[in-house]
Design a protein around this ligand. Sequence first.
Ligand code: ZN
Length: 229
Amino acid sequence: MEFEAIRNGHLECDKGFVTLGRDMGKIIRIPVYCFLVKHPKGNVLIDTGFSVDFEKTWGKRLKFFKPILEKDVVQHLKGTKISYIINTHLHIDHSENNPYFEGAEIIVQKEELEAATHPKPYQKFAYADRIDEKLEYRIIDGNLDLFGDGCVKIMKTHGHTEGHQSVLLNLDGKKIFIAGDACYSSENLKYNCLPGILWNPDLIMENYSLIRNMKDTLIIFGHEEIESI
Ligand SMILES: [Zn+2]
């Protein structure tokens, strides 16, 4: 099965947003990735990144997060039919290109769609101003083995947001865990450090334990450079 990590670009921001309480005030760049899995039953795109129009759509967010675009994900995947989009969550840097993959079924947790549609005040700027409710959503509640063969397993990992989910891939025996923002970076994991944007700290700690206990699995963190796959 083919797998590709697509680097959409970076976000420049205060490190305090990434590792709450550590190196606050320091400006860093964190990568934004999307992932393509080519399964015999359909191509899957995990997260869709930020769009080329970010300068118009991000508005006030640009004061805190400056996107640096490297790759237009939509253009990059032109000619590749995407059957499924799995959004780890609907924060703008993970889902802004959703509307551009026509015919794709968007798999999202029930609580996430609700949270994105009616965001809590402290999460408001992390979600897009408006969620396109007319897209084709498959709303799930909990875990899902997408193709029933263990290749693409969606796991509910809420904490960063109300309906966050991660994806455990089994690519011909090689296990890869796409954490999404269940854990931003290995530094968060090492120091039990919370992300600067969060919903439930206790659940975040549970997710960290889940990741620590994963055996023979490559962990891909939400906003950390991928060395090699
Ligand atoms: Zn997020």
